[in-house]
Design a protein around this ligand. Sequence first.
Ligand code: SF4
Length: 255
Amino acid sequence: MTRDQVFEFFRRLAEANPAPTTELLSDNPYQLLVAVVLSAQATDASVNIATRPLFEHIKTPQQMVEFGEEPLRKAIKTIGLFNTKAKNVIALSQALIDRQGGEVPRTREELQELPGVGRKTANVVLNTAFGEETFAVDTHVFRVCNRTGLAPGKTVDEVEAKLEKIVPQPFRRDAHHWLILHGRYTCKARLPECWRCPVIDLCRYKPKTPPPEERVKSSGARSASRGSSKARTAKAPTASKPTAGRSRSPPSRLP
Ligand code: SF4
């Protein structure tokens, strides 16, 4: 995409959703960090179901450590990989107490030193809790950037580096939210909803999905044509039957 197209791409996403943010529930940077760690390979909705009651009582690393690993395991057992995640959350909470005075650090390096915190988690926390212009590349962002041609790359690091380079102001701070939400609700993995996509003319993905009514029509037409060809196939042997019949019937009438 050209610079102007990239600008227009984000301008339209921004117009449709002027104040995007994460769908993970949290009241402070610590809760956000925990929620993001829990959201690895899980949906935000499933994380919120578990954290809504948990976060009513646990707002600091100290409270989490006092709560303990086993109760935490039970509280998050509906989330995938809950055993490992419970271990990591207790360990990162202890590390925050020991190394950061209970505060969530504001640098990527310090965040990534915490148990269970990778680059993507660090980027989400830096962006959402502290307003940094970071680009967290999850599965949705990766797909949208590659499909559209906005920031193609073979790895998440490549896509992140391209986004760093091409996303213009005033969109840099919220770009990753727009891309996540666009991928989650419009440019879906199995069937992108191109017919209602605000950036359809800028996107280079070729097999654009038509509106549902057109797909119904064309699948109806396909089954009709399958039906008529079946009918033709079915008729073919019938047509030959009279011949066979004729060849057999004279003898039956002869006697
Ligand atoms: S046109 Fe389709 S493939 Fe392209 S961004 Fe929109 S939904 Fe995704």
